[in-house]
Design a protein around this ligand. Structure first.
Ligand SMILES: [Zn+2]
Ligand SMILES: [Zn+2]
Ligand SMILES: [Zn+2]
Length: 261
């Protein structure tokens, strides 16, 4: 498996509009964070988790050759509002692209992107998705298994995280998560890579997300070989400074980071 961080910023991205703090004005490329998403490639099969408002820019930067399947964690704007830009991949593929959507989100998805699920009308250039409603059952793509994990996004309720497994390696992606129920925890325990949301290096609590200290505690409990933090705000501090003080086997992710497993 090849994992790439498409983006590791929070809903507003970093830099934030009109902010002149030291993080938003940093010249370090690692302090620039597009909205959170990952791209997982297994053999020639390309999966994207969440289609952010920055999806177009992420595709251009990463030169992604195709999108063969899309998984969504939940329907906050920062996780699915780039959906219109999958059109180009429909055109190249000349086929619908499978969307794996937690079943409890179907009505809300249809309310926003109804036109992506309608029958193709010749002459219209619009995104085309084939809808696959999921709950917790794993989905196989050749040798790779993707397991949806039921987790809680605080006040925003139940969402999905995802576990990717192939060749005995496991990658767990948990963004916008506040509580990991026992069932999900048992599936991701001791995995190779855990990707966890962490908003800021402050002791403020947020109803739907972990702060850095909370994410470090969760990383300890999961006990992955390596944990990366994502969904980061400018209040995290400078990438380099924070990374230097993090415990062993934990790091901030940065946009474009690639890991081969
Ligand atoms: Zn989010
Ligand atoms: Zn700022
Ligand atoms: Zn969210």
């Amino acid at each position: 498996m090849r994992l790439e961080f498409f983006g590791c910023g929070t809903s507003q991205g970093v830099p934030e509009i009109l902010c002149d703090c030291k993080v938003c004005t940093s010249i370090d490329e690692n302090d620039k964070r597009l909205r959170s998403s990952i791209y997982v490639k297994h053999n020639d099969f390309n999966i994207v988790v969440d289609i952010t408002p920055d999806f177009r820019e992420q595709c251009l930067r990463s030169k992604i050759p195709m999108v063969d399947a899309i998984f969504l964690t939940h329907l906050h704007a920062d996780h699915f509002m780039g959906m219109d830009d999958i059109r180009k991949f429909n055109k190249i593929k000349d086929a619908d692209i499978p969307l794996y959507l937690p079943h409890l989100m179907e009505d809300d998805f249809r309310a926003v992107f109804h036109y992506t699920l309608k029958e193709q009308i010749p002459g219209l250039f619009r995104p085309r998705l084939s809808l696959n409603l999921i709950d917790e059952d794993p989905i196989m793509f050749g040798e790779m298994k993707v397991t949806p994990l039921k987790v809680l996004h605080g006040d925003s309720g139940e969402i999905r995280s995802y576990l990717f497994e192939s060749d005995g390696k496991r990658i767990a992606y948990l963004t916008d998560c506040k509580v990991i129920p026992d069932k999900a925890m048992s599936l991701i325990k001791d995995c190779d890579i855990a990707i966890l949301g962490a908003l800021w290096d402050k002791d403020w609590d947020h109803s739907g997300h972990w702060n850095l200290q909370q994410a470090i505690e969760v990383a300890k409990e999961i006990n992955a070989k390596q944990s990366y933090f994502t969904h980061i705000t400018h209040l995290m501090g400078l990438h380099k400074e924070v990374n230097n003080k993090l415990p062993k086997h934990t790091q901030l992710a940065h946009d474009g980071l690639v890991i081969n497993l």
